[in-house]
Design a protein around this ligand. Structure first.
Ligand SMILES: Cc1ncc(Cn2nnc(CCOP(=O)(O)OP(=O)(O)O)c2C)c(N)n1
Ligand SMILES: [Mg+2]
Length: 558
């Protein structure tokens, strides 16, 4: 039995659970798109531009575990590379496929359209290698299956993006049908010796420790460790705090849950818990300048067990080649059971009283009403900006999901990512919180939510500017042209769309808009929430001051 190279890729995508792929057409990829369209069980979904296409795939991977974006050469791929950087930073297996020039043009010295105007067409491949863990260029049918399998296997094994370049005259060449998919799926580690030693070292480390705390980090999901972390918390009976970028990665109704650890913007009591602990098990953390609030909140030293996706460090001793899920699972099975020492009934939850309907809308009232919307079936995508701090402060019901991009932090990511996430998980309720500044970068992807009739509820927080930047360091560059954000939906609807654009200036208008949004099942509802610029979270103000101090450190002169 044979297929084509595009058909081989299409079959592999469906075998790894990718039922949709995102695309922007270009003459270098049209034949490939035809091959992908021919695959049963694989839907082709279109985006307005290649940056959004990459972010839509990134969001889809959050829902489905992997994703694919197909773009044209150079003018398309160079935009998508930014989104691939985001997928790399956020540990998401996105497969970027780029069409490419006809193989007969290589080495001719000819100048091709969409290129830099030179005869070397290899620059894109060189660029993309910096943001992927595997990259392949196809030139013939003979080695195409092996190269396609290689990049897919690497994407799944490392939960990172990969790249495939398919020339326009190669996509429909004949090749054998794919073999068994098992060869590409992540395999359990063969060697247990190091694992056993890491567990033994941790057990003896814990023997002498009384104040044990688990700190959940943002790599835990990519390392497939969410369930194991709950089992470990139950075994140790200990308190559990989460890092902001890991919001939703530990059930907040669990008795051990004790809020967000984020330095001086931690949940009440969480910072003291970490500071007073004599053992901190850090599961998949990312300690960067933002998550440590300018390097101030960075647990280190002999009381730390650092559990990374592929290695464990016990009080400074490194155990390489130990995967996080196996380690946490083994520890949860072998650690002496301890009684529940933490009780999150003391967890103080900021709940503001409802405002009268005619009252001017405030940030607290907006979050009170959004919080009431969140259920176990909700996926909340929260954008860079005060939306980070608002989302992190929410108290989540079990199984509710929060999607953040706190490592890459590309403003505008949330709209296309939520489009992809909603495409991959239509059974969930999708909510987006996005500021006016961020929205202006990728707004057009709301039109695709209209096209595909996705009932995403978008809370557009119009506070007239880049407030997160204003709180770090103000200047004229933080103020933007205002849009009629609610009115934009009519533009995107044209004559046949079911999008809804509403504005909420008061508490009552917001409540009414949310009611209408919940009824609108045939398209997105954008609710423009107008807030005073100064009405932002205290957390943002404190965090912004710390970040500004960190950025202002004078060069260290030796
Ligand atoms: C692609 C990209 N370009 C610039 C930035 C820097 N930046 N980070 N946050 C912002 C402003 C966000 O403003 P909004 O979305 O309105 O959010 P708020 O803080 O709620 O006002 C910028 C301009 C960024 N993070 N990503
Ligand atoms: Mg803003």
């Amino acid at each position: 039995m044979s297929t084509t190279i595009g058909g081989y890729l299409a079959k592999r995508l469906t075998q790894i659970g990718v039922d949709h792929h995102f695309a922007v057409a270009g003459d270098y990829n049209l034949v490939l798109l035809d091959q992908l369209l021919a695959q049963d069980g694989l839907e082709q979904v279109y985006c307005c531009n290649e940056l959004n296409c990459g972010f839509a795939a990134e969001g889809y991977a959050r829902a489905k575990g992997a994703a694919c974006a197909v773009v044209t050469f150079s003018v398309g791929a160079l935009s998508a590379i930014n989104a691939l950087g985001g997928a790399h930073a956020e540990n998401l297996p996105v497969i970027l496929v780029s069409g490419a020039p006809n193989t007969n043009d290589h080495g001719t010295g000819r100048i091709l359209h969409h290129t830099l105007g030179t005869s070397d067409y290899g620059y894109q491949f060189e660029m993309v290698r910096h943001v992927t863990v595997a990259a392949e260029r196809l030139f013939s049918a003979e080695d195409a299956p092996a190269k396609i399998d290689h990049v897919i296997e690497r994407a799944l094994a490392l939960s990172k993006p990969v790249y495939l370049e398919i020339p326009c005259n190669v996509a429909d060449l004949e090749c054998p049908e794919p073999g068994p998919i098992e060869a590409l799926l992540p395999r359990k580690p063969a060697c247990n010796t190091t694992l056993d030693q890491a567990v033994a070292a941790t057990l003896s480390f814990l023997e002498k420790r009384e104040q044990v705390v688990i700190l959940v980090g943002s790599k835990l999901r990519a390392a497939h460790g969410l369930d194991a972390a709950v089992k470990l918390a139950e075994r140790l009976g200990c308190a559990v705090t989460i890092m902001a970028a890991a919001k939703g990665f530990f059930p907040e109704d669990h008795p051990g849950y004790r809020g967000v650890y984020w330095g001086n913007v931690s949940s009440p009591g969480a910072e003291a818990l970490i500071d007073n602990a004599d053992a901190i098990l850090c599961l998949g953390p990312v300690f960067n300048d933002y998550s440590t609030v300018g390097w101030e909140a960075w647990p280190r030293g002999e009381k730390i067990v650092l559990v990374n996706p592929d290695d464990v460090v016990v009080a400074g001793t490194n155990f390489g080649g130990v995967d996080l899920r196996s380690f946490v699972t083994a520890l949860s099975e072998q650690a002496p059971r301890r009684p529940l020492s933490a009780d999150n009934s003391t967890l103080s939850l900021p709940v503001s009283a409802p405002l009268p309907a005619e009252a001017r809308l405030t940030n607290d009232e907006m979050m009170r009403q959004i919080g009431a919307l969140v259920t176990a079936d909700t996926t909340l995508t929260a954008e860079t900006g005060d939306s980070w701090f608002n989302a992190v402060r929410l108290h989540l019901p079990a199984k509710a999901r929060v999607e953040l991009e706190m490592q890459w932090g590309h403003i505008g990511w949330s709209v296309p990512s939520a489009f992809g996430n909603a495409t991959g998980s239509p059974e969930r309720q999708h909510i987006v919180m996005v500021g006016d500044g961020s929205f202006q970068l990728t707004a057009q992807e709301v039109a695709q939510m209209i096209r595909y009739e996705l009932p995403v509820i978008i809370f557009l927080i119009n506070n007239r500017g880049y407030v997160i930047e204003i709180k770090i360091h103000d200047g004229p560059y933080n103020y933007i042209q205002n849009w009629d954000y609610a009115g934009l939906i009519n533009v995107f609807n044209a004559s046949e769309g079911h999008g809804l654009g509403l504005r909420a200036n008061t508490a009552g208008e917001l409540a009414e808009a949310i009611g209408k949004a919940r009824q609108n099942r045939r398209g997105p509802t954008l609710i423009e929430c107008t807030l005073d610029r100064e009405d932002c979270t205290d957390d943002l103000v404190r965090w912004g001051q710390e970040v500004a101090k960190t950025n202002a450190r004078p060069p260290v002169t030796n």
